[in-house]
Write a protein that binds this ligand. Structure first.
Ligand code: ZN
Length: 196
C-alpha cells in the first residue's frame, strides 16, 4: 500500500509566532520536537558556542534525562528528598526545563541541515558494503492487518489464517533498519520521506 499523505513525515516546522500556524499544527510540531530531542546533536564544530552555553545545555540535560526515562520513580524520590521538594514541584521543574528546551530549539538553534548520507548510529555502517544481511538500509513502519473472524466456540476465537492490509489505517512508527547490525533507528532530523 502506498502511504497516505498523513503518514508522510513533513518536518518543516511552523516558525515561532507564525500567524498561519493553527493550534493543532503547533501542537504537532512541539510533539515532533519532543520526540526528536534525543537525536538532536549540538556538538558540530560550528555550534561550539552553543555547547558552552549553560542556559541552553542545562534545560536540555533535564529534558533529555526525562525523555530517556532516567527520571524513574526511585530517582525522583531521591531527588525530592535531596532537594526537599514535593513530587509535584519536581514535575513542575521538569516541565519548565522541557518548555525552555522546546523554545530554545525553535528560536536559538540554527535550522539543522539534513545529513547527506545515512549512517547507522549504532555500528557506523554507511550502507555501502555487502553484509551478511544484504546491503544498505530499510525503511520500516507498522501496518494494521485484518482477518475475518470465523467463530467463537468453547473459548476459541477461530480466525482466518490469511490476512489483508487494512488500507484505512495509516502506517505508524516509521524508522530505519541497518542491514549490517539489524538495529533500528529514527530517521535523522531534517530528512523528509517521499515514496516512489
Ligand atoms: Zn548498524
Amino acid at each position: 500500500m502506498l502511504p497516505t499523505a498523513q503518514s508522510i513525515r513533513a518536518i518543516n516546522l511552523p516558525t515561532h509566532g507564525e500567524p498561519s500556524a493553527s493550534r493543532a499544527e503547533r501542537f504537532a510540531a512541539e510533539l515532533e520536537l519532543k520526540q526528536r530531542s534525543l537525536t538532536t546533536s549540538m556538538q558540530a564544530p560550528n555550534e561550539s558556542s552553543l555547547w558552552q552555553r549553560n542556559d541552553v545545555q542545562y534545560p536540555r540535560l533535564i529534558a533529555e534525562l526525562h525523555a530517556a526515562g532516567a527520571l524513574n520513580e526511585s530517582t525522583r524520590a531521591l531527588i525530592c528528598d535531596s532537594m526537599d521538594l514535593e513530587a509535584a514541584e519536581l514535575n513542575e521543574l521538569i516541565d519548565r526545563a522541557e518548555t525552555d528546551w522546546t523554545r530554545i530549539k525553535q528560536t536559538i538553534l540554527p535550522a539543522s541541515q539534513p545529513p547527506k548520507r545515512l549512517q547507522c548510529p549504532i555500528c557506523r555502517y554507511n550502507g555501502k558494503k555487502e553484509t551478511a544481511n544484504g546491503r544498505g538500509f530499510r525503511y520500516l513502519s507498522n501496518q494494521t492487518t485484518w482477518r475475518e473472524i470465523q467463530s467463537l466456540k468453547n473459548g476459541i476465537l477461530l480466525i482466518e489464517g490469511r490476512f489483508e492490509i487494512y488500507d484505512e489505517d495509516t502506517e505508524t512508527g516509521e524508522r530505519l533498519e541497518c542491514r549490517s547490525c539489524l538495529s533500528e533507528f529514527p530517521i535523522p532530523p531534517g530528512i523528509q520521506t517521499d515514496f516512489c
